[in-house]
Design a protein around this ligand. Structure first.
Ligand code: 9Z3
Length: 332
């Protein structure tokens, strides 16, 4: 049975005796886990992750955790409404393919129903998947126009699957994401320097603590307004760098919409969390250019005019990230 993260947990509801959730400080990561219950399926995921990592201890492959998609913040336990973070999952799913092509094993922590490696070529497109099919002599076949490319994708997909190179782990809510990220990080400790974190998921900065979430759908009020007081999500990247995965290389993404603050914010994240690399991107141009920011350097990677819309920018990003990982590993 596949794990379904989009099914809400309805066992808790508003608890007015619960103390106010404090503003984000060092102890907040601990408070967060103290005040929020882990998803019930977590032990199942732990078994899958441990098995996958143990397998790649024997193959000797580097293992990358790619996070992808946006987290949700439910406003009700029986969730009708939620706040979402923007991400189709293109960056994560495409990057995972290039990591696989370059010899990494991939744990793909993704928003359930967002884009997946390989199937992304045929799902969520403007075409229905049936547009890729034709009928010939009463049988279904792949439309000749797409067949050659689909064969290449199929071969790569089968290779990843048959060689146990790709582990798909879903999340939906920010709570599920954080618990699962923590779990996988701790499991990956055994891989030491061979572990790489590539954090492309769009994680909410704000959330509603479980003690303030009503069980049932919020009813419209006589006033006609709904006021929601969100708390700040603790900055988990610091905990990831310091204690969950201190021996791994960590790459995070910084998303902005204002070009004037992108580099500043990326540098701020590096200083704050002391990890190895921040990849900055703007929502408007994310498919065409990104900037690599390290403690010593900032460097743009851009598609040429001819490449735009034809070449995946991830085909340029991933070899650079891998070179940085190799270089960093050698210097440790
Ligand atoms: C990104 O910046 C990703 O590249 C995108 C990819 C979400 C823009 P798509 O899936 O989009 O291809 O549609 N991810 C990081 C977003 C984020 O929330 N970063 C945090 C921040 O900027 C730091 S972890 O503060």
């Amino acid at each position: 049975m596949p794990i379904r993260t989009s099914v809400p947990d309805t066992t808790s509801a508003i608890d007015r005796s619960h103390p106010e959730f404090p503003v984000a400080e060092l102890v907040d990561e601990d408070n967060f886990f103290k005040d929020h219950t882990p998803p019930a399926y977590l032990p199942e995921i732990e078994a899958q992750v441990r098995e996958f990592i143990a397998h790649h201890q024997t193959t000797g492959k580097n293992v990358v955790l790619v996070t992808s998609g946006g987290t949700t913040v439910p406003l009700e336990n029986n969730t009708v409404r939620f706040i979402d973070n923007f991400s189709a999952g293109t960056r994560g799913a495409t990057s995972a393919e290039y990591f696989l092509e370059n010899g990494y094993a991939v744990i793909f922590l993704h928003r359930e129903f967002s884009l997946l490696p390989y199937s992304r070529h045929y799902s969520h497109t403007t075409n229905c998947f049936l547009d890729y099919m034709d009928e010939a002599d009463g049988k279904i076949e792949i439309n000749k126009k797409f067949a050659d490319e689909m064969l290449l994708v199929l071969r790569k997909y089968r290779h990843a699957k048959d060689s146990n190179l790709l582990l798909l782990i879903p999340y939906t809510t920010v709570n599920q994401y954080l618990y699962t990220l923590q779990l996988i990080s701790k499991c990956l400790q055994v891989a030491g320097k061979k572990a790489l974190f590539y954090l492309a998921a769009a994680v909410s900065d704000f959330f509603l603590p479980s003690s303030k979430i009503p069980e049932h759908k919020i009813q419209s009020q006589a006033t006609g307004t709904l006021v929601v007081n969100l708390e700040q999500v603790p900055k988990f990247l610091r905990r990831l760098v310091d204690s969950w995965a201190p021996s791994a290389m960590i790459v995070s993404f910084k998303l902005e919409t204002d070009a004037n603050i992108l580099i500043l914010k990326a540098k701020g994240a590096l200083e704050r969390y002391q990890h190895q690399l921040v990849i900055g991107n703007l929502l408007q141009t994310r498919k065409d250019e990104v900037v690599f920011v390290t403690s010593t350097d900032e460097r743009w990677i851009r598609l040429t005019e001819e490449q735009k819309g034809v070449v995946d920018i991830e085909s340029l990003i991933i070899p650079e990230v891998i070179a940085a990982h190799t270089d960093w590993t050698e210097r440790q």
